[in-house]
Design a binder for this molecule. Structure first.
Ligand code: PXP
Length: 243
């Protein structure tokens, strides 16, 4: 099986920094250090309320970090203008509600296809690879293809939250079926949200997946074991699952 790419989401390095209002810890420095430990790309989410990553962070991630940048954003005019200016490798469109703690569900591509199609086209015209963060659902996958997205990222939150419950196996099956369908219709398939050392292997084994994006768990575990060791362990867990 092909090696699975690991995207490191640095949002919560910025969360810790912002708690004190200074410059430390720096998400750009964390991104740079993560590369030597086995990360293939950097993901960051510029939220409308700038609660963690800020505009200047995104610019610095693009300029200073020698790895593909995946700019997560809501599909708003403001964010597209920033993305067109920064020109990241990829934009991942996510739903965003101001009151949510994190991205709680996937984008409703079926319900917003008319608006998404021209929105995505403008980003693609600029050479940006567009992915849509969606629930593992066949209708959403078909809609993603129809609106012209070359990539989807499957939301693994329901799977992660079901750990230890009877729903865990069925959530994994949903991911398996969705990854197969994505591959079948020609979409590149990524996955992410809530992945940990404990639950990553079953997802990493899905052969159609090309990339996992992981953030909160890695930043938390790094407090105990250090960033490089934590990322090295995640890299090893992903590689072992594919061996
Ligand atoms: N992928 C997407 C699209 C996300 O929105 C997030 C959370 O910001 C992640 C991956 C990473 O999730 P987590 O921080 O739970 O690992």
């Amino acid at each position: 099986m092909k090696k699975l790419r690991l995207g490191f989401n640095v949002d919560h390095v910025a969360t810790v920094r912002n708690a004190r209002g200074g410059a430390h810890p720096d998400p750009v420095e964390a991104a740079k250090r993560s590369l030597a430990a086995g990360v293939d790309g950097i993901t960051a989410h510029l939220r409308e309320d700038r609660r963690h990553i800020r505009d200047a962070d995104m610019r610095r991630l693009k300029i200073e970090v020698p790895a593909p940048l995946n700019f997560e954003m809501a599909a708003t005019d403001e964010m597209r203008a920033i993305a067109l200016d920064i020109r990241p490798h990829a934009c991942c469109l996510v739903p965003e509600k101001r009151t949510e703690v994190t991205t709680e569900g996937g984008l409703d591509v079926v319900g917003h296809s008319a608006a998404l199609k021209p929105y995505i086209a403008r980003l693609k015209d600029a050479g940006i690879r567009v992915s849509l963060f969606i629930d593992p659902d066949v209708a959403q996958l078909d809609a993603a293809l129809a609106v012209g997205a070359p990539v989807v990222e499957l939301h693994t939150g329901a799977y992660a939250h079901a750990e230890g419950t009877p729903a865990f196996a069925s959530e994994l099956e949903r991911l398996r079926a969705a990854a197969r369908h994505a591959d079948h219709i020609g979409l590149e398939c990524h996955a992410g949200h809530g992945l940990t050392f404990g639950n990553v292997a079953a997802v990493a084994k899905l052969p159609e997946l090309v990339e996992l994006n992981i953030g909160h768990f890695l930043v938390g575990a790094a407090i105990f074991d250090g960033l490089e060791a934590t990322i090295g362990r995640m890299r090893a867990a992903m590689d072992a699952a594919r061996a």
